[in-house]
Design a protein around this ligand. Structure first.
Ligand SMILES: Nc1ncnc2c1ncn2[C@@H]1O[C@H](COP(=O)(O)OP(=O)(O)OP(=O)(O)O)[C@@H](O)[C@H]1O
Length: 875
């Protein structure tokens, strides 16, 4: 880097400011543009696809530069933030006309993925959380998070690094603030989990300005992370933290807990394939009307309740709302008129509220009395209690009604949004301006009469102000010297008179003053409302809750859900249960409902059945039913009596797990370990085909060991699906394990899936039937049947401890003397009994056709053929 002094003063200023924000794009204001230089310019031109130029900067080589117009900067900033970058806005902070030398510039705001407030970058139905984490010597962590756009702030203590990461993923933190000496592996894991925007802040002093926000936090550990977060917000936003709610502490185990993988497996917020919202539980439940309701519902799904009273309270309101169809319809209509109160309040405090926002705020508040009335008309004790608590904030609504016109503009600076009669002084200015304009209109008339020129008119432009215009053809009628000539146009002459100029200055002064006054009246109003933000936030919470509950009622009614009951005997009794999303996607008529019966004598269901028969769907439906029940919704079943689960674990193999690589198997084992380490008697565990990621005997041995461990030592309610038919005999030894299977029948040579859960193990020969239906060669099917018979009659070779890989196998074979003709299904193979043949035979015997999909069988055949060919070639 050349010596600083060789740069021009402006570039020196740029470099000095840029040094403050090495990890952000510096938008450096120059006239009507934000410019970027050096590396920022190179990177931004790529990311934003804008032209890269260069300018002289005092050094030999030109400096790379690119820029975006000030007026369209928001769109570019949004693009960068969406990509996880940060942007520092650097403005001129002194009037250039008063500047000596280079104009002063400062960073006025940092925009980061976690602090973005521009409504275009905020997804309506999602919270945007910024989080801060602090690690302690005892390996505990505290985590604070807040949503700047709504003011919600929370903090918790987590007992391990894993938990901290789970929590950050759960809240989908957009940005995480850490101490600068934070563990690098922590950052790496976050990045692997998709949280790439990391910032650093070491200051954790509890400042007096934080006292209200921190007042509820009694533990130092909690305060520390929240203070770190607040310092970061203060540093980047450089403005008030007034709208942040009092931070509340929460405990993760006060809710039903699910780790991020389990949630993903259950497709709560997005599908596994395609990561789309469509097909997820949130998509099914998306009947909230307000954006804040939608956000609250997502939070509820993330944290189902475990407190029976609270759950039942929600159910009883849902029940009343279902019954009261017309009132609910009325409620839904009213809610349509309620805007995003939470974010409107956020904007008031943040200072970026506009007149139209205030009209929306007013309209929203004006709905509250009618909402209240509708609720009261339901004549339900609990709903009446809740309704009475609703504060319509009428004083704020009235004040806004009196102040702001209905068709208010988006911008403040042009005025004309405060109503007449709101402020006397403003009325006077407006009178002056209106009278002045009237006077001018009258003057025009008078002058026309005086001169007899009918086309004479009085016009206005910004440069000359008011003028009298006479067309050239009429000039002869104008007495010489009557007006002062000001401007000559092609067809007309423009004149002024002292009287006109006098009026003009009165009008302009009045207009200017009224715009200034409107601005300050607006500021005043904003300040007034700012004082009321806690009331608005409370109202927003109550309305959001109501919205979610009406959404539950609407879905439950439409989809014929029933109210679940709870028991403390750890009994699962679901009759005619359905998978809520699969049912919605397919025609409901086609969905086959299934029961699930588990009590103290049955802790574990071992589920068998052919591929595609519906094992995973069944397991997921049990978990989703419990989640729906515990968030307060009714459930997709004719009847359900459930325990309240403390945790749900799911290990459900995704489709791509079929490629059984080491790492996938490792993930499977890690997830199993996680479940085993944390599940309690009150948990629900779903294990879908555990063990299929490794060789058959390994897999089966592990599956059995896991079943025994969970059965004997944990006692969690467990659904375990498997293709290892051998495991079905475990019911002889494990008293609390029961076999069920998903039934299928063969009709005219086709397997027909009935999707019906039945007692007992599945008929084991479906695998070969399915392979047959997939038109695998007859010889192969015949051979598979032979092997099957062999296996069934107890003929099993002891497998080598380490699976022989193709390559090793081929090389063993190649080293050997020749094996005449190798035919996979022919006669020669068995009698020759050479080592090579033996190895190949072992490979084939290992194939468990029963547990293969047709595709896997094809792949296996392909592999064996390749092997055989390679042996031929090497002869
Ligand atoms: N109860 C049901 N009623 C109607 N269709 C169902 C039912 N259960 C599952 N299905 C249908 O069957 C398909 C396969 O279900 P699922 O993936 O649960 O099978 P699986 O037995 O777990 O298969 P695999 O063993 O290959 O993983 C589902 O996508 C769904 O379309």
């Amino acid at each position: 880097m050349p010596d600083m002094k060789t740069y021009t003063p402006m570039i020196q200023q740029y470099l000095k400011i840029k040094a403050e924000v090495p990890d952000a794009f510096l938008f450096f204001r120059l006239g009507d543009f934000y410019e970027m230089f050096f590396d920022d310019a190179l990177k931004a031109s790529r990311e934003l696809e804008i032209t890269l130029t260069a300018r002289d900067g005092g050094v030999e080589e030109k400096i790379p530069m690119c820029g975006v117009p000030y007026h369209s900067a928001a769109g570019y900033i949004e693009q960068l933030i969406d990509k996880g970058f940060k942007v520092a806005i650097c403005e001129q902070t002194e009037d250039p006309t008063h500047a000596k030398g280079i104009v002063k510039r400062e960073i006025v705001q940092m925009i980061t993925p976690g602090t973005v407030m521009d409504s275009r970058s905020l997804e309506e139905k999602e919270n945007h959380y910024l989080a801060a984490v602090t690690g302690f010597d005892d390996d505990t962590y505290s985590m604070a998070h807040l949503d700047l756009s709504t003011g919600e702030s929370k903090v918790t203590i987590l007992s391990s690094k894993d938990e901290a990461i789970h929590e950050l993923v759960t809240i989908q933190a957009r940005e995480v603030v850490l101490a600068s000496d934070a563990d690098e592996s922590f950052v790496k894991v976050l990045s692997d989990r998709g949280i790439r925007s990391i910032s650093y802040m070491d200051d954790t002093t509890v400042e007096s300005t934080f006292s209200t926000i921190l007042s509820e936090l009694k533990q130092d550990k909690l305060q520390l992370s929240m203070a770190r977060l607040l310092h970061y917000v203060q540093n980047t936003q450089k403005r008030s933290l007034d709208h942040l709610q009092q931070a509340s502490a929460y405990q993760v185990d006060a809710f039903l807990r699910m780790d991020p993988n389990s949630k993903r497996n259950l497709e709560l917020t997005e599908t596994i394939r395609g990561n789309s919202k469509k097909g997820s539980l949130v998509w099914l439940l998306d009947e909230t009307i307000t954006a804040m309701g939608a956000r609250m519902m997502r939070r509820w799904i993330d944290r189902p309740l475990i407190n029976q009273k609270q759950i039942e309270e929600r159910h009883s309101i849902v029940e009343v709302l279902i019954d009261r169809y017309f009132e609910r319809a009325e409620l839904r209509e009213r809610l349509k008129e309620v805007y995003d109160l939470e974010r409107l309040a956020g904007r008031v405090a943040f200072g970026n509220v506009n007149p139209r926002d205030l009209v929306q705020l007013k309209k929203s508040l004006q709905q509250v009395p009618a909402i209240k009335e509708t609720l009261l008309s339901m004549n339900d004790q609990k709903i009446t209690e809740d309704a009475k608590k609703l504060d319509p904030c009428s004083d704020i609504a009235d004040r806004l009604e009196a102040a702001i016109i209905e068709q208010a503009p988006l911008v403040i600076k042009d005025g004309n949004f405060i109503k007449d009669c709101f402020n006397e002084e403003l009325d006077q200015y407006r009178d002056a301006s209106r009278n002045g304009k009237k006077w001018i209109a009258e003057l025009e008339q008078k002058e026309r009469e005086k001169t007899g020129i009918r086309s004479l008119k009085i016009g206005y432009n910004r440069v000359f102000g008011y003028y009298i215009e006479v067309t050239k053809s009429n000039l002869h009628a104008l007495p010489e010297g009557m007006y002062d000539r000001k401007q000559t146009l092609t067809n007309a002459e423009r004149f002024i008179t002292p009287e006109l100029k006098e009026k003009e200055s009165l009008i302009l002064q009045a207009e200017e003053r009224s715009i200034d006054l409107e601005y300050s009246l607006f500021q005043g109003l904003r300040e007034e409302i700012k004082q009321e933000i806690p009331r608005l936030q409370k109202l927003a919470q109550e309305i959001s809750r109501l919205d979610v509950l009406q959404c539950f009622a609407t879905i439950s009614e439409e989809r014929h859900y029933s109210k679940p009951a709870f028991n403390h005997e750890r009994i699962i009794h679901i009759s005619e249960g359905r998978h809520p999303v699969v049912e919605k996607v397919m025609d409901s008529q086609e969905y086959v409902p299934n029961d699930c019966q588990m009590d103290e004598s049955c802790e574990m269901l071992l589920i068998t059945g052919p591929n595609m028969s519906g094992k995973s769907t069944y397991m997921r439906q049990v978990a989703l039913t419990s989640i729906l029940a515990q968030i307060g919704c009714f459930v997709p079943a004719a009847n359900a009596n459930l325990p309240i689960f403390d945790r749900i674990f799911t290990r459900i193999g995704a489709a791509d797990d079929l490629v059984s690589g080491q790492s996938t198997f490792m993930v499977e084992m890690l997830e199993a370990r996680h479940a085993i380490a944390h599940a309690t008697q009150n948990s629900l565990v779903l294990f879908d085909e555990i063990g299929r990621g490794t060789s058959t005997y390994d897999g089966m041995a592990l599956a059995q060991a896991i079943i025994e461990y969970v059965h004997d030592r944990i006692g969690a309610k467990t659904l375990f699906s498997t293709h290892y038919h051998e495991l079905t005999s475990l019911d002889q030894e494990l008293s609390k394990l029961a076999n069920v299977h998903v039934s299928a029948v063969e009709q005219n040579g086709h397997v027909v899936f009935l999707h019906k859960i039945k007692e007992g193990p599945a008929d084991k020969s479906y695998g070969i039937h399915v392979a047959q239906l997939a038109d695998l060669p007859k010889a192969l099917i015949g051979r598979a049947n032979e092997i099957l018979v062999g296996l069934e009659s107890g003929y099993q070779r002891i497998e080598p401890a380490v699976e022989l890989k193709n390559k090793e196998l081929a090389s063993t074979i190649n080293e050997e003397a020749s094996i005449g003709q190798l035919s996979l299904f022919g006669e020669e193979l068995q009698p020759k009994k050479s080592k090579k043949a033996d190895a190949l035979y072992r490979e084939m015997a290992k194939i468990n056709v029963m547990e293969m999909t047709p595709m896997e069988a094809m792949n296996e055949l392909y592999r064996l053929q390749k092997l055989a060919k390679s042996m031929n070639e090497s002869k």
